[in-house]
Design a protein around this ligand. Structure first.
Ligand code: PEP
Ligand code: MG
Length: 565
């Protein structure tokens, strides 16, 4: 079993086709007839532009209009006279067309790769793609014919580039495995747009997986099963059928208001890690963003992102959400979230230590930078950006954040965004009634709340038996927080993984949760589960569950209720 990143959900069963890279080899030569060499380069660029235009048009029809933009970006880059001039200057100083193109494009690639923000970094992949295709044209190398792939194939490649996607016959590809790329890479974006199950960043996949062998790609778990046995085929075939049938049935919920069976309005928001995910959230019919984990922005950089870079990212997320609520969490560093350049010293108990708001309030200059970026982005996008504070343990912390935000707003003469607290520590839920007086909303972080209530490290397998959100202690905390928030008249959401657990939905409806924030792929399922319950039925289940004594009893009871259909 090979493991990687689950980048596009679903299960693909098929035959491996590896895309082996054609070696681009040439001997740099000194040119005598420089004008003829420049003409050769110009012709190659013209050919590149014609082919890319055709690819973009094909892509517009077959993939998704927005993905063709990547190709149009390639056209814009190569049509820029500056690019051609730079290459011609190389030829003037004696280089052949191939080395001229390679030198200049490598320079651009390195420049993009060194950028601070993730989006500019991504452009390095585009330049690499352009370089490969331009050199192939110059050297007369024709690509593998991705348009006529055999049916039911699993495409295994180092990276899935936009141009490969444009050429490939999507109907025949049932799974994608790549050696590189994370959740925000082009490979991930494109495979999700095509709705092809994909597992990315599988080490040495191209050499390990053999052409013609049968494999199973599990895009839900991020696993690739090599040489499956007969019973594996049957098992995964069943899982695939179930996944597809559920997906089809869930389409009925697209564009629908989230309502309980007796018409109580709820909201299903999305958890995201970068501004582009906000677009995915919208496409998946999320009604807003309930958690933007800004630490990813910090993790993807070499140093703390500037106020301007942060402002652009937050603004982009709001623009992508087109006026819907976007809840952005301020930096949650520490615990298991290490950001190397911040040099936070190793601690005996990192989860109980210098983390999140504790670090931020201790670094007001950095925190103010983030708050200013958020306040400006809110003001420039119509006022739907809410600021959320992680790991709050005392009223003093939320008051300090408010006071910092207030002085920035006064300074910039901008409106104060809504400010709320994550409820993920026992202190926060015990003091929820008081905290609510300083918060515009609460969002329950069940991932941490569970570990802190149960005193069991969320990453320690030895105490995993205790780390259980179904434990009555955690459920009591959740109930208490929702009740305190409702009593104070503020919105209460949940952005921990528990918000997407179908079994817990009747409890959360009964307690009065307003907003469920889940991963974009879980939006429709969560909406459908909410629609199954009336408040009375949910109250009946919650009443019985709150009398139970152990997590096992709770889980068993809820499983039985869910199975009743
Ligand atoms: C949580 O703790 O539930 C949460 C949403 O935050 P994170 O998982 O990022 O700690
Ligand atoms: Mg947390």
């Amino acid at each position: 079993m090979l493991k990687g990143i689950a980048a596009s959900d679903g299960i693909g069963i098929g035959t491996v086709v590896t895309v082996k890279e054609t070696e681009i080899k040439y001997e740099p030569r000194a040119v005598e007839d420089k004008e003829a060499e420049k003409k050769r380069l110009k012709d190659a660029i013209a050919d590149f532009l014609t082919r890319t235009q055709a690819l973009a048009e094909q892509m517009e029809k077959s993939v998704n209009a927005k993905d063709a933009e990547i190709m149009y970006g390639h056209i814009a880059m190569m049509s820029d006279p500056f690019m051609g001039q730079q290459m011609e200057e190389q030829i003037d100083s004696g280089a052949c067309a191939e080395s001229a193109a390679e030198t200049v494009l490598n320079m651009f690639r390195d420049m993009f790769a060194a950028a601070d923000d993730e989006l500019t970094k991504q452009r390095a992949t585009d330049v690499e793609d352009i370089k490969t295709r331009l050199l192939k044209i110059l050297l007369g190398i024709e690509d593998t014919d991705l348009a006529s792939l055999p049916p039911d194939n699993i495409l295994v490649t180092r990276d899935l580039t936009p141009s490969m996607t444009a050429q490939m016959n999507h109907d025949s590809v049932v799974g994608i495995v790549t050696e590189s790329g994370g959740m925000t890479s082009h490979s991930a974006i494109l495979s999700r747009a095509l709705e092809i199950p994909a597992v990315l960043s599988v080490k040495d996949a191209v050499s390990i997986l053999e052409d013609g062998s049968r494999v199973i790609v599990d895009g839900l778990k991020g696993e690739v099963l090599e040489g499956p046995a007969e019973e594996d085929f049957a098992e995964y075939k069943k899982a695939e059928e179930k996944f597809l049938a559920e997906k089809e049935a869930l389409k009925a919920y697209i564009g629908r208001e989230t309502l309980t069976a007796d018409g109580i309005h709820k909201e299903v928001f999305c958890n995201i890690g970068n501004p582009d995910d906000a677009r995915t959230a919208r496409e998946r019919d999320g009604e807003g963003v309930g958690l933007f984990r800004t630490e990813f922005l910090f993790m993807d950089a070499d140093s703390i992102p500037s106020e301007e870079d942060q402002y652009k990212a937050y603004k982009k997320a709001c623009v992508n959400l087109q006026g819907k609520t976007v809840i952005i969490r301020t930096l949650d560093v520490g615990g298991d979230k290490e950001i190397s350049y911040m040099n936070i010293p190793k601690e005996e108990n990192p989860f109980l230590g210098y983390r999140a708001i504790r670090w931020c309030l201790d670094h007001p200059e950095e925190y103010e930078k983030q708050l200013r970026a958020l306040i400006r982005a809110n003001a420039d996008t119509g006022g739907n950006l809410w600021i959320m504070v992680p790991m709050v343990t005392s009223v003093a912390e939320i008051k300090a954040v408010r006071s910092l935000a207030k002085s920035i707003c006064d300074d910039l003469a901008l409106p104060m965004p809504k400010i709320g607290s994550m409820i993920e520590t026992p202190a926060a839920f015990i003091m929820a009634d008081k905290l609510a007086g300083y918060c515009d909303f609460f969002s329950i972080g069940t991932n941490d709340l569970t570990q802190y209530v149960m005193a069991s490290d969320r990453g320690n397998s030895k105490v995993a038996y205790l780390y259980n959100t179904y434990d009555p202690a955690v459920l009591r905390a959740i109930k208490g927080v929702i009740e305190a928030g409702k009593k104070a008249g503020i919105t209460v959401g949940m952005c921990g993984e528990a918000a997407a657990a179908p079994e817990l939905i009747p409890l959360l409806i009964s307690f009065g949760l307003d907003e469920f924030s889940v991963s974009p792929t879980s939006v429709l399922r969560t909406r459908a589960e909410i629609a199954r319950w009336t408040k009375d039925e949910a109250d009946r289940v919650a009443g019985a569950v709150m009398e139970l004594e152990t997590a096992e009893e709770v889980k068993e009871y809820l499983d039985r209720e869910l199975a009743r259909g």
